[in-house]
Design a protein around this ligand. Sequence first.
Ligand code: KG4
Ligand code: ZN
Length: 331
Amino acid sequence: MTVLGIETSCDETASAVCRDGTILSSVISSQTIHAEYGGVVPEIASREHEKYMTSIVESALERANIGKETVDAIAVTRGPGLMGALLTGVSFAKGLAQGLDIPCLGVNHIEAHIFANFIAYPELNYPFLCLLVSGGHTQIWEVRGLGDYKLLGETRDDAAGEAFDKGARILGLGFPGGPAIEQAAYGGNEKAIEFPQAFLKSDTIEFSFSGLKTALLYYVREISGTVTGTKLSDVAASYQQAIIDVLLSKLRQAIHQTGIQSAVIAGGVAANKKLRQHAEVKIHDCTVLFPTSSLCTDNAAMVAFLGEKYLLRGGATETNLAVVPNLRLAG
Ligand code: KG4
Ligand code: ZN
């Protein structure tokens, strides 16, 4: 089966082709225009998707070396995400599917992030744990099968990616914050500043990053506003480490609690190299896998791949194309 994937939930316009579980092409256009506003502007995101959607899809088909008439179905992200941005992708997908007279399936973006791991590791077996760390989500899932998930814990306030983005804004490092903090932290001393780490010592699987962000804000105010040079590297490294320690401590907690020996890390924050290094060093009793960076951040390969799984199971209906900005994964 050949599935065309479309992803427009936030600020990446992406399209990909998946055939029988293999990704034939994956094209991603990141909307750099938001950098000048210090964050994603929803209205602008929708317009940019609108502007580039057709050429991104054409390019995905071209790179896969197929014509649109050979596509058997379309899979498109229907949530969670920004309402206008999601609508652009879903409307485009619906129109194209109608024109080609093929099924169109709406998929959950979070579930697609989890399944990106199967693209990188086809041998991955159920059950496994998934630490999902993106711009809007920080959750730990027990993944038992396609459509069978149990939420073990999540953040009470900000997501880990949001903590990176807000931290970068406070430090004047630009957007998106994750890569900016990672770069600024390079060579810095992660023990230089002791930032708060919520729930680090508790037995519960829950996260909170709003206190960390506030602590950074006060720290920067106290030292009169500008942080540069070695000081900046130290602050960025300490801030990044405070997030990583909590994420990995809660993943360890989930491994201990469930006895499941296999874990994956998914979502944009999983692209962080320090997180990857520390996961390897600090989690001994379990295999921890990460997809490649381009499969961690938003992409349509994961959408096409997951869509194909559902389509093969017989899940293509018109009803699940409804756009839901706060769509949750059942569990
Ligand atoms: O999964 P994603 O691309 O989009 C959402 O579904 O939200 O995640 C985006 C988030 C942003 O908050 C971004 O700052 C963060 O992932 N991110 C990173 C890195 N690359 C992206 N965070 C830490 N280190 C990175 N290298
Ligand atoms: Zn995402």
